[in-house]
Design a binder for this molecule. Structure first.
Ligand SMILES: [Zn+2]
Length: 152
C-alpha cells in the first residue's frame, strides 16, 4: 500500500498522508449538510487497520458498499447540537439525526434514527404499491399493517 494517496469519489476527496510512526493523516474535503467541510484527521494506525475495526457496519453512500462507520457529534464539526426533527403536520414521523464517518473513505454523512414501526409501515406501503414481481406472493410480507389514523 502506498503511504500517500488520494481517495476520490463523487461525494468526497480525501488525501492520505502516511506518518513516520505508522499512522496517517487524512485531509477530507466534501459538502456536508449544504456547506463545505474540510477536516484534517490523525490516526495512529494504518488506513487498512482503521477500515477493519471499530465503528458500526452500515452502507456508505460514498463507497456504495457496507463499511465500518463512526458516530460523530455535530458539535465536533463546529455545528449546533441537533434537536429531534419532524415533518410538519405529521407528528408520527420524527427522527434523530446522527453524523457518521466512513472509516474507509472518510465521507461524513447524516443518518436518521426513526421508530422501527415507521420503516415496517413504509415497507408495507411499498409492497401494496409494488409490481407483484418480488415483494408479493405467499410469505413475502410478514409486516402487520397498522390501522390508519390511530396513535402508535
Ligand atoms: Zn466510504
Amino acid at each position: 500500500m502506498r503511504r500517500n494517496r488520494t481517495i476520490t469519489t463523487a461525494l468526497v476527496q480525501t488525501r492520505i498522508r502516511g506518518d513516520r510512526d505508522g499512522g496517517f493523516r487524512a485531509l477530507v474535503s466534501q459538502q456536508f449538510d449544504g456547506r463545505a467541510l474540510r477536516r484534517e484527521l490523525q490516526f495512529s494506525v494504518s488506513p487498512e487497520q482503521l477500515a477493519e475495526s471499530g465503528g458500526a457496519a452500515m452502507y456508505c453512500p460514498s463507497c456504495r458498499a457496507r463499511r465500518r462507520c463512526d458516530a460523530i457529534t455535530f458539535t465536533s464539526l463546529g455545528l449546533e447540537p441537533q434537536r429531534r426533527h419532524g415533518l410538519g403536520g405529521r407528528p408520527e414521523i420524527s427522527w434523530s439525526r446522527r453524523v457518521r464517518m466512513c472509516r474507509s473513505c472518510f465521507y461524513h454523512f447524516i443518518t436518521a434514527e426513526v421508530s422501527e414501526s415507521l420503516i415496517l409501515e413504509m415497507g408495507e406501503m411499498l409492497d401494496e404499491k409494488g409490481d407483484d414481481s418480488e415483494t408479493a406472493g405467499p410469505g413475502a410480507s410478514t409486516v402487520i399493517p397498522f390501522r390508519r389514523g390511530r396513535p402508535r
